[in-house]
Design a protein. Structure first.
Length: 376
């Protein structure tokens, strides 16, 4: 109320000096209000910077420039109304309409900036938020804001919204037939946002298609997958509604499953070796003991006695998993060596049949049984 009274008193000083003085007074007030707005927002932003919430920082970051432009639009609109334009009556009628259109545009600008600021704030302050869902909601809000602003502007300039909506309904049918693939990709993207089989940053692959890599971006038409050779792969969203998608990023453990073969000469030691390996895995800190751990003699192979190890690591990191597997396999080899056994390798034993009457010195030497082959 006091600010309104100050504004009225200031205008009255220039009332007797003609429209030029009044316009100068309004422009002066606009400049002062703009400076005051900058000062208030700067102090409010400094106070909000200590907060860990998203909304106060987002509102202050988004409102700055639109609010300052709003002050200029309202002030200049009031000043222009004081200018005598008797020769252009149409301009007088359009001035309020133009001012309303600009105000709607500035409000739309503020809302779009607010959506962007909230989205960025969630990335910085709350990394645990599902960014795929946040991105989808942000895009949907932007579309709603822009469509609503467009309809309000059309209504302000005197265009019937009902006619526009009716035309849009008829045109939508034609567009639907002409852009079936585009709409299929659009609804495919919506399905990804709602069902969330994967998110940005996930490693995905499809056994049905040659798709494997890390998801970089989920758009309304396509999803960008960065392959492991660093080449981008642009996959239409409707593909994901017809193929099987595997998401290894959401695995809870990684599996170690290996078959190791011993020589047939070490048959008496296989029970002791498997028991020692099992005890080693049951006490290994990197193996998830809540999951099943198996070490068992498995098969009489063609040239080896095979036993297998089956366990799950606690980590899902690919590099760390291979380091653990490397350590475990080396330790199993040392266990086999400590028990005087050897890992089998591929060999063959050939038996020669002697012919009747062949001298003994012409017979080939007898072959010793060879070790078994490795199936590790």
């Amino acid at each position: 109320m006091e600010l309104t009274q100050v504004f009225t008193d200031f205008i009255s000083l220039y009332r007797d000096r003609g429209w030029i003085g009044q316009v100068a007074g309004i422009v002066t007030i606009v400049v002062l209000v703009n400076l005051l707005t900058r000062l208030v927002l700067a102090r409010a932003r400094a106070a909000a910077s200590k907060s860990r919430t998203v909304w106060d920082n987002a509102v202050l970051d988004a409102i700055g420039r639109p609010l300052r432009w709003m002050v200029w639009v309202v002030g200049i609109g009031m000043a222009v109304e004081l200018v005598p334009v008797e020769g252009a009556p149409g301009l007088i009628e359009w001035l309020p309409v133009m001012r309303k259109v600009l105000i709607v545009a500035l409000l739309t600008w503020f809302l779009l900036r607010l959506v962007r600021a909230v989205e960025d704030g969630l990335d910085e302050l709350q990394p645990s938020v599902d960014h795929t869902t946040a991105d989808a909601i942000a895009k949907l809000v932007r579309i709603v804001v822009m469509v609503t602003a467009g309809l309000v502007i059309l209504q302000t300039v005197g265009i019937s919204i009902s006619g526009v909506l009716a035309f849009g309904g008829v045109g939508g049918i034609a567009v639907g037939f002409a852009a079936r693939d585009l709409l299929a990709n659009l609804f495919g993207g919506l399905t990804i946002y709602l069902d969330r089989p994967f998110s940005v940053g996930d490693w995905i692959r499809s056994p049905d298609r040659n798709i494997e890599g890390v998801v970089e971006r989920i758009g309304w038409r396509s999803t960008v997958v960065r392959r492991f050779d660093k080449r981008p792969l642009y996959v239409p969203n409707n593909v994901f509604s017809t193929v099987v998608v595997e998401n290894p990023s959401r695995m809870t453990n990684r599996r170690i499953y290996e078959t190791i073969g011993l020589r047939y000469d070490d048959a008496r030691m296989i029970g002791t070796i498997t028991d020692t390996v099992r005890d080693y895995l049951n006490t290994h800190p990197a193996i998830d003991q809540e999951q099943i751990v198996l070490v068992n003699f498995n098969a009489f192979g063609a040239s080896s006695l095979d036993f297998f190890i089956y366990c799950l690591t606690r980590t899902t990191d690919w590099a760390e998993y291979h380091a653990i597997k490397h350590e475990i396999l080396l330790h199993i080899e040392s266990i086999i060596a400590r028990h005087g056994a050897e890992i089998a390798f591929p060999t063959q034993t050939l038996h020669w049949a002697s012919e009747p009457g062949m001298p003994a010195e012409q017979l080939p030497p007898a072959n010793e049984p060879a070790g078994p082959r490795s199936t590790a």
